[in-house]
Design a protein around this ligand. Structure first.
Ligand code: UD1
Ligand code: UDP
Length: 367
């Protein structure tokens, strides 16, 4: 046994949020762990704000890779993670999700014959034009412990020839994160007062490369959301990701007066906005899940989703970026009953994962 049992690799906003329950569970069980931050996200509003609010320790290693083309960014992270893993010799490396940081962490680990755990394994959009799909598929195929959120994601893995010994259905750590922070959000968040929200509103997030990097698609998305806002007589709050903000400026797109652009929010403020919105419009993966968990109807601004469970329980509908379909989807969503079962587990995913891994102290994690 080496000094570090578990090394966690992360780099972006959703990874920090969804790994926070895992890091907490390591602390609770006295597991020796270290964190490598790739630096893929570096703006305070996508990065340090979450470490502060979720009370996460400062990562032992920070690669400072930053933005870049897929190849360059991934290559720099791969080289950086490899160097640290060689030094740390962990028993297990954990990655979460489908970003370039995940791909780099997975490849570096696998090539060094160190065991790899993939959290949120088995998601498939079946759309290889998305960079995230390549990252997920490759990571699952080199992973040793594949922690899937649902039986459906486990089934996708089996269909690709992955055997049962590598698959563990644990639920998604996003449920753990929502449970751990929802009460805090209710007690502490003043975001509604700060934004002067008094009545019904819709919440929008859109940042996916396939939507915002394409001028026509982004224009159509904004126009559909603006039209829906007028017809539903609701303001739309749009905490805008820097990628989308840059593209909005570059393309000089018009934004309806009914859509209010605000800075990216911290987690408890965003949870508050999500749980009090009448409807959520999004192209985010994590936001589709959280809307479903929080019982708020969701309209997904994509043609496909790797979260089909949200569609099956009636929490979500796919509308793409066509303006008329967005308007129809928003009307349908606000008429939806909001009682459905959360398909993503009971909020003990992090504990289940650590109890599965062959690391010292893991048996002490409470169920
Ligand atoms: C990445 C993930 C995406 C995930 C998203 C979460 C990949 C391929 N994409 O997309 O799956 O949904 O994170 O938010 O890994 N930028 C900043 N500050 C930052 C980070 C980025 O201003 O801290 C801007 C830069 O202009 C950068 C652009 O956003 O070029 C895109 O950043 P990047 O990390 O490449 O991808 P995301 O769109 O954030
Ligand atoms: N989120 C946040 N503030 C925001 C927007 C999103 O805290 O202004 C959180 C959200 O609650 C979810 C995660 O960020 O947990 C989703 O990340 P993102 O949409 O960037 O990435 P994706 O899930 O699409 O990969």
């Amino acid at each position: 046994m080496t000094e570090t049992d578990v090394t966690v690799v992360l780099g972006t906003r959703p990874e920090i949020i969804k790994l926070s329950p895992v890091i907490r569970a390591c602390e609770q069980a006295g597991i020796e762990y270290s964190v490598i931050h790739t630096g893929q996200h570096y703006s305070d509003s996508l990065d340090s704000v979450f470490f502060d609010q979720l009370e996460l320790p400062t990562p032992e290693y920070h690669l400072g890779v930053g933005s870049g083309t897929h190849g360059k960014q991934t290559a720099e992270m791969l080289a950086g993670v490899e160097e640290i893993i060689l030094e740390e010799e962990p028993e297990i490396v954990l990655v979460q999700g489908d970003t370039n940081s995940v791909l780099a962490g997975a490849l570096a680990t696998s090539k060094l014959n160190i065991e790899l755990g993939h959290i949120e394994a088995g998601l498939r959009s079946f759309d290889r034009s998305m960079p995230e799909e390549t990252n997920r598929v490759v990571t699952d195929h080199v992973g040793d412990y594949l922690f899937t959120p649902t039986a459906q994601s486990a089934a996708y893995l089996r269909e690709e020839g992955i055997t049962d010994e590598r698959i563990y259905v644990t639920g998604n750590t996003v449920v753990d994160a929502v449970k751990q922070n929802r009460e805090l959000a209710q007690e502490k968040s003043t975001v509604r007062e700060e934004l002067g929200i008094t009545g019904e509103f819709a919440l929008l997030t859109a940042h996916r490369a396939e939507n915002v990097d394409d001028k026509d698609r982004f224009r159509s998305l904004l126009s559909g959301v603006g039209q829906a806002a007028v017809e539903l007589d609701m303001e739309v709050i749009y905490p805008i990701h820097p990628r989308a903000k840059n593209k909005l400026e570059e393309f000089e797109l018009d934004v309806s007066d009914q859509i209010r652009l605000v800075d990216p929010q911290d987690y408890i403020d965003f949870l508050t906005l999500e749980s009090t919105a009448t409807v959520i419009l999004t192209d985010s993966g994590g936001v589709q899940e959280e809307a479903c968990i929080l019982g708020v109807p969701c309209v997904t601004l994509r043609e496909n989703t790797e979260r089909p469970e949200t569609l099956e329980v009636g929490a979500n509908r796919l509308v793409g970026t066509n303006s008329a379909r967005i308007v129809d989807g928003a009307h349908e969503a606000v008429q939806t009953m909001t009682h459905w079962e959360n398909p993503f587990g009971d909020g003990t995913a992090a504990e289940q994962m650590l109890n599965t891994l062959p690391v010292s102290g893991a048996s002490e994690v409470e169920q």
